[in-house]
Design a protein around this ligand. Structure first.
Ligand code: B12
Ligand code: SF4
Ligand code: SF4
Length: 392
C-alpha cells in the first residue's frame, strides 16, 4: 500500500468512527513553535504552569513516539448547534461556552481515537500509533493546520470554510508515512471583528491571546480567588466564553454538529444559576460528572456562579447570595459577598452586616467590608423599621 492509499484508508476510518473531518500532516517541527515560546516568555499562559512542561515535545511532535512518529491524522468534531435540540432554558446555559453544554468531549473523542489507533496498529504490524485530545503535549491547532483542517485565525482559533471554528480537535500520531493534505489558505483577510469584540481585551494583537485577560481562563482554569478588578468584566460568563467566535463571520451559519454521544441527559438542563450556587458534592457528581463543567471543581464553579450574579446585578439573586454567606467554603462566601455589594440595597446590607459579625476568615472578612463600603447607607425608613432613631 502506498502513502496515498494509506492516507485514504486511515482518514476513511476516522470518518467512519464519527469525526466530521480528517486530514493528514507529515510530522515536522511546529510551524509556529517560535510564537508558542514567545507566548510563554511573555507570561500569556497566566497560571497554566503545565504548558511550560514538555515544551520540546510540543515544538517537535515527531518525538512523541519512541520509534519516531512520522505522520498525524488530525480530526475535527463539530459541536454547534446540537441539531434538533433547543438550547436549554434558564439563566445559566446562555453563559456557558457552547462546547461545554453537552457531555465532555474528551471522553467521546478519546474512545474513538483509541479505536482509530488500534485499527492502524492492527493493519500495519510493528508500527505504533497513539491518540491525544486536548491534554497531550501537542500544539493541536498548529498540527491540524498542517493537516489542512483549517487556517489559523486572528482569535487564535482554527477556522474552516464550512465548519467555522465550532469544532474540537484530536489526533493520532503514527510511525508510518501517509500522504499529507494541503493547508487551508488564510480566511481572516483584513477583518478584525474578534479583536474588537473581546470584552476584556484578551486579544491585544492578531494571533495572540493573553490568558491573563481571557474569561475562558478565569472561569475554567483558574483556581482560587478571582481578582476583584476582573469580576464584573467576566460579563456574566459562568464557564468559558464564546464572544470571539460568535462575532466571526465564518461562524454565522455553522455546519451542524449532530453527535448524540455529546448530548446530556435531559435533567441536566434544569440547573439554573441559583441551583448552581447551592450545588452540593452529591448533586455535582450526579449532574456534572460527565460534563466539561467539572473542570474548575465544585468550589470554582460555585465561585463563578456568584461572580456571574454580581456581574448581572439582579436583586432576585439576593436571597441565594445571602444564604451563601454561611457556606463552609471561603471562596464561595467571599465571592458571594462581592456580588451582594454589587447588587446593593437594604437586604444585601443586612445580610453582609450579620455575616461580618461571625466571619472568621480574614480574606472573606475583607470582602465583606469592601462590599459594605460599596453599598449606600441605610435609608430613613429602614433605620426606623429597626427601632427608634437616636439622632435627628
Ligand atoms: C491552553 C489552552 C487554552 C487556554 C489558552 C488559549 C490559547 N489561545 O492559547 C485558554 C484556557 C484561555 C483556552 C480557551 C479556549 N479554548 Co483552549 N486550549 C488550550 C490548549 C490545551 C493549548 C493551547 C496552546 O498551546 N496555546 C498556546 C498558543 C500560543 O498556541 P495556539 O493557541 O495553539 O496558537 C497557535 C496559532 O495561534 C499559531 N500562531 C501563532 N502566531 C501566529 C501568527 C500567524 C501569522 C499565524 C498564521 C499563526 C500563528 O501558532 C500557535 C502555536 O501553534 C489547546 C489544546 C492543545 N493541546 O493544543 C486547547 C484548544 C486550543 N482550546 C479549544 C477551545 C475550544 C477553547 C475555547 C473556545 C473554549 C471556550 N469556549 O471557552 C477558548 C477559546 C479562547 C481563544 N480565543 O483561544 C480548542 C480549539 C479548537 C479550534 N477550533 O480552534 C483546543 C484545540 C482544544 C481541542 N482539543 O479542541 N484554551
Ligand atoms: S474567549 Fe472571550 S475573553 Fe477569551 S479571547 Fe475570546 S472573547 Fe476574549
Ligand atoms: S472575526 Fe474576522 S479576524 Fe476574527 S477570526 Fe473571524 S474572520 Fe478572523
Amino acid at each position: 500500500m502506498d502513502p496515498r492509499q494509506r492516507a485514504r484508508l486511515v482518514k476513511g476510518w476516522a470518518l467512519e468512527l464519527g469525526f466530521d473531518r480528517a486530514g493528514v500532516a507529515a510530522l515536522a517541527p511546529a510551524a509556529h513553535g517560535e510564537s508558542f515560546v514567545r507566548w510563554l516568555e511573555r507570561g500569556d499562559h497566566a497560571g497554566m504552569g503545565w504548558l511550560e512542561r514538555r515544551v520540546e515535545l510540543r515544538l517537535d511532535p515527531g518525538k512523541l513516539l519512541d520509534g519516531g512518529a512520522r505522520s498525524a491524522v488530525c480530526v475535527a468534531l463539530q459541536y454547534h448547534p446540537l441539531q434538533g435540540e433547543e438550547e436549554p432554558a434558564g439563566d445559566l446555559w446562555p453563559r456557558v461556552a457552547r462546547y461545554a453544554r453537552g457531555r465532555d468531549y474528551h471522553d467521546v473523542m478519546e474512545r474513538r481515537l483509541r479505536e482509530l489507533a488500534r485499527r492502524i496498529e492492527e493493519a500495519f504490524p510493528g508500527r505504533r500509533a497513539r491518540g491525544w485530545v486536548d491534554t497531550g503535549p501537542v500544539l493541536e491547532r498548529d498540527l491540524a493546520a498542517a493537516a489542512g483542517l483549517g487556517a489559523p485565525a486572528k482569535n487564535t482559533h482554527l477556522l474552516h470554510p464550512d465548519g467555522g471554528s465550532w469544532f474540537l480537535l484530536g489526533e493520532v500520531l503514527m510511525e508510518l508515512d501517509l500522504e499529507p493534505d494541503a493547508p487551508v489558505a488564510d480566511l481572516c483577510g483584513s477583518c478584525t471583528r474578534c479583536l474588537e469584540a473581546c470584552p476584556t481585551g484578551a486579544l491585544p494583537e492578531p494571533y495572540r491571546l493573553d490568558s491573563r485577560r481571557c474569561i475562558s481562563y478565569w472561569t475554567i482554569e483558574h483556581r482560587g480567588w478571582i481578582p476583584e478588578s476582573l469580576r464584573a468584566e467576566l460579563d456574566g460568563w459562568v464557564f468559558g466564553c464564546d464572544v470571539c467566535q460568535e462575532v466571526c463571520p465564518w461562524n454565522a451559519e455553522p455546519e451542524p454538529g449532530d453527535h448524540a454521544e455529546l448530548r446530556l441527559p435531559p435533567e441536566r438542563a434544569e440547573l439554573d444559576l441559583v441551583g448552581l450556587l447551592a450545588l452540593d458534592r452529591a448533586g455535582w457528581l450526579r449532574r456534572l460528572r460527565v460534563s466539561p463543567l467539572k473542570r474548575p471543581k465544585l468550589a470554582g464553579l460555585r465561585r463563578n456562579a456568584a461572580v456571574a450574579m454580581g456581574a448581572r446585578r439582579d436583586p432576585r439573586y439576593g436571597p441565594a447570595l445571602a444564604a451563601a454567606l454561611a457556606d463552609p467554603e471561603p471562596l464561595v462566601r467571599g465571592h458571594a459577598a462581592w456580588a451582594l455589594g454589587r447588587i446593593g440595597g437594604n437586604a444585601a446590607r443586612r445580610a453582609l452586616t450579620a455575616a461580618r459579625g461571625v466571619e472568621a476568615d480574614p480574606r472573606v472578612a475583607a470582602e465583606i467590608a469592601a462590599a459594605l463600603a460599596r453599598i449606600d447607607p441605610p435609608s430613613r425608613e429602614e433605620e426606623g423599621a429597626r427601632g427608634p432613631r437616636l439622632t435627628p
